[in-house]
Design a protein around this ligand. Structure first.
Ligand code: TYD
Length: 133
């Protein structure tokens, strides 16, 4: 079974250009409490390498592309994020890594809660132990 859960948002734009709205009314699985974005990572940089205990997130490349690796402790899958209309869900207890950022990549992440370092599982062995119980 694939770990990918994509959420596709419609283009509300017109002849002047595109417009995309991301909120729970448009299909997000939560109300947004925090948004952050990653950019300026070179093609050789990798980020992430953690899971969250409870945080639920959605990630979308609003510009450019990157590779998202998801791992639930049993299945490891990789996906190309390359559309501002298609977001991928990052549920709790799914290890995620981002690789191969294009030069123009802006990765927007929407989260259901505030930043909390205590919610991170940054060690892969600890993560595996957590998901195997
Ligand atoms: P981290 O989540 O480890 O980044 P990535 O998964 O992209 O590699 O965050 C990097 C640093 O930024 C870390 O020291 C925590 C800090 N940070 C905040 O202070 N607030 C935030 O909302 C986020 C996402 C990170």
């Amino acid at each position: 079974m694939s770990l990918a859960n994509f959420i596709v948002f419609p283009d509300l734009g017109d002849s002047r250009g595109s417009l995309v709205v991301m909120d729970d009314l448009a299909g997000l699985p939560f109300k947004i409490r925090r948004a952050y974005y990653l950019f300026g990572s070179g093609i050789k940089e990798s980020r992430g390498f953690h899971a969250h205990k409870t945080l639920h997130q959605v990630a979308v490349c609003i510009s450019g592309a990157c590779k998202m690796v998801l791992d639930d402790g049993e299945v490891r899958d990789e996906f190309r994020l390359n559309s501002p209309f298609r977001a991928i869900e990052l549920p709790p207890l799914v290890w995620h890594e981002m690789h191969e950022f294009s030069e123009d990549c802006v990765l927007l992440v929407l989260a259901d809660n505030y930043y909390d370092e205590a919610d991170y599982l940054r060690n892969y062995e600890d993560f595996l132990e957590r998901v195997s119980v």
